[in-house]
Design a protein around this ligand. Structure first.
Ligand SMILES: *[C@@H]1O[C@H](CO)[C@@H](O)[C@H](O)[C@H]1NC(C)=O
Length: 213
């Protein structure tokens, strides 16, 4: 009782003391409330941390799918490879005969999707590894042989041939090749043979990527 009186004296004038010792305040209950509040704050903190880390994970996922989409877009672009060209851009005439083989340079470009065919050199360069279909067609007039081969990196793959036709010659060939990126395809007129072309584009070269590998 004496101790309580002393405390009361020490705290005289303090409203806190008045409250604390007022019969209306239950200290145990107040402490309990504080403890509950602390627990709730702790739970909130945990939830917040979780939400923040989930947000980070989402951001990473979003970046990942963005990268994947860009990759597929690029891959899809690379898949678009197709070209077709006629020998003469304009006019009428023969190419050959000359006494050395000659790479045919097809000037009249009908399509060149992907830009892999070079109308200055007559060479198609595979932009991606894949299975390609390549074909060529030759037309010529009588008297002189017509012979053309399709070459991969300078090596003959297939040919067309018409031996001194009486009126005119038509021949074609085509091949499916597995090409590596950078492989070069061209067609070569044999020595002492000829082909003919005019605005109807009888003599032509073309190909396309069937699917990448
Ligand atoms: C070659 O093709 C042309 C054009 O289609 C045609 O006029 C000609 O008769 C053909 N030649 C032969 C020998 O079939």
């Amino acid at each position: 009782m004496v101790v309580l009186q002393m405390v009361l004296l020490l705290c005289a004038g303090s409203s806190l003391a008045d409250d604390l010792f007022s019969p209306n305040v239950n200290i145990i209950a107040e402490l309990e409330k504080l403890k509950n509040m602390e627990e709730r704050i702790q739970k909130l903190e945990e939830t917040l941390t979780k939400v923040l880390s989930e947000n980070e994970a989402l951001k990473t996922l979003e970046k990942d799918s963005q990268n994947k989409m860009e990759f597929f877009q690029k891959e899809n672009e690379a898949k678009k490879v197709a070209f077709s060209a006629g020998l003469l851009e304009s006019g009428t005439g023969y190419t050959g005969p000359i006494n050395t083989p000659k790479t045919l340079v097809y000037k009249k470009v009908f399509s060149n999707i992907g830009g892999a065919y070079d109308p200055n050199t007559g060479v198609f360069t595979a932009p991606v590894k894949g299975a390609y279909y390549l074909r060529f067609y030759g037309h010529s007039h009588g008297g002189t042989t017509m012979a053309v081969s399709l070459l991969k990196n300078g090596e003959t793959q297939c040919s067309l041939y018409s031996w001194k036709p009486t009126s005119n010659g038509n021949a074609s060939n085509g091949v499916v090749l597995t090409l590596e990126t950078g492989d070069q395809i061209s067609t070569r007129l044999w020595q002492n043979t000829w082909v003919y072309d005019d605005p109807a584009s009888y003599t032509s070269f073309g190909g396309f990527l069937i699917f990448p590998l």
